[in-house]
Ligand binder design. Structure first.
Ligand SMILES: [Mg+2]
Length: 406
């Protein structure tokens, strides 16, 4: 039998709060939380430090609720750029051990270190080295799971926090994994867990023992996938760092009839492209975790930039705001007018896999998750009309203007 791969899942502990603690040393050991807009009582807590945790402050509760538990709570406004900076630094450290580093959101990455073992020792030794480096170089702590596939490496990284290494081998499944609640498994959210409970499946062991065909009947393709994950059969590769899988990405580009010279032109341009990309994502029932933009000038200067979403999405507004953020940090349209814009939605996941909840910095509110669902439904309905009646039948409100297209 071929030897098992060695996969690591590295999960930064309390990432936003830890980064803010570094840049706000004056906070010290006082309770502190990171939030969207601290002036909005209905804004929600995105992260908290250990001292705040001791007061019972929870992620996703409102600032108002948190302040009631702890009036002296220090609130710091989330700053995405800072987190992306640290995220890059951490992934650079991971990349010293292998070229297979696949980020999963801003604070988690999978590493395939199978071929690094000769150089650096076994999975646990590599995990311990990584923890020491991240701590000494960046002042952050990370929990690392070590296993033979991505699913169980992720599960293992959740088992002990903060600053810990947890190993789950095949021989550990029976004792360590199968007794766990099914919701500990990757992609099993609240809804899936509830649906599984109705089938009397409450633990990962019960899921592994369940009839795969019954799961497919209940959940479609996703059901077969869950069964495979629980039984340790998942063997998805860890992608190379910075890699965009052509097959697994959905992209479109538009060459415009005239040069785009202002941010509002560029935004309109991205909206056009995003509309095509989102329609295709919807058709394939995918969401994306990473967005790549391509910018080309009339004189064929070309650059690409990539950024990750906090949670998988196929909302056009998410794609456009991420695209603008990447664009703004890379290109000045008033200096070099733009002729072509491209978007690729990458790191695609099946939409039927439930989103665990999501925290949007700009409109972070208690209803944010319900809102998101509403927005998603509205957009899907929009594309349904379009598919039925053609693209002239209905337009996004913001897309009426149009001298941009040939
Ligand atoms: Mg984390």
């Amino acid at each position: 039998m071929e030897e098992d791969p060695t996969i690591l899942h590295c999960d930064l502990n309390g990432f936003f709060a830890s980064v803010e603690a570094l840049s706000h040393p004056e906070v010290g050991n006082r309770p502190m939380a990171v939030s969207g807009n601290p002036d909005n009582r209905h804004g929600i807590i995105l992260a908290k430090n250990e001292a705040a945790k001791a007061f019972g402050i929870k992620t996703a509760e409102t600032i108002w609720q948190a302040k009631r538990k702890c009036p002296q709570l220090i609130l710091i406004r989330a700053s995405r750029g800072k987190y992306e900076f640290y995220s890059q630094k951490v992934n650079d450290i991971y990349s010293r051990f292998t070229d297979r580093v696949e980020p999963f959101g801003i604070d988690e990455s999978w590493l395939d270190v199978t071929h690094s073992r000769k150089l650096f020792g076994d999975g646990k030794a590599i995990a311990d080295k990584i923890r020491a480096l991240v701590k000494s170089e960046l002042g952050l702590t990370v929990s690392v799971g070590v296993s033979f596939n991505k699913t169980f490496a992720k599960l293992a990284s959740d088992m002990k926090k903060p600053d810990a290494t947890t190993v789950v081998m095949r021989s550990d499944l029976e004792d360590k994994v199968y007794p766990l609640d099914v919701s500990a498994l990757l992609y099993v959210g609240k809804n899936t867990a509830a649906a599984l409970a109705r089938m009397n499946i409450r633990t990962i062991g019960a899921l592994a023992a369940a009839d795969r065909r019954a799961l497919i009947r209940a959940f479609g393709k996703f059901g077969g996938d869950l069964s495979d994950r629980a039984r340790g059969l998942e063997n998805e590769p860890v992608e190379y760092f910075g890699h965009v899988d052509e097959v697994k990405s959905v992209g479109n580009s538009i060459t415009f009839a005239r040069d785009l010279k202002s941010p509002s032109d560029v935004k309109t341009g991205f909206m056009r492209v995003a509309e095509k990309v989102c329609a295709r994502l919807k058709r394939k029932n995918f969401k994306c975790s990473v967005l790549q933009i391509t910018i080309k000038s009339a004189s064929f200067q070309t650059i690409t930039r990539q950024g990750a979403f906090e949670e998988p999405t196929r909302l056009r507004t998410d794609l456009v705001s991420k695209a603008m953020e990447l664009f703004d940090s890379a290109w000045d349209a008033s200096e070099i007018p733009v002729r072509m814009l491209g978007l690729s939605a990458c790191s695609l996941s099946d939409s039927s896999s439930p989103v665990q909840g999501r925290l949007d910095f700009s409109s972070a509110s208690k209803d944010g998750i319900a809102d998101l669902k509403k927005q998603q439904n509205a957009q899907d309905a929009f594309f349904n009309v379009r598919e039925k009646f053609g693209s002239g039948s209905i337009k996004f409100g913001s897309m009426m203007d149009g001298d941009l297209l040939e």
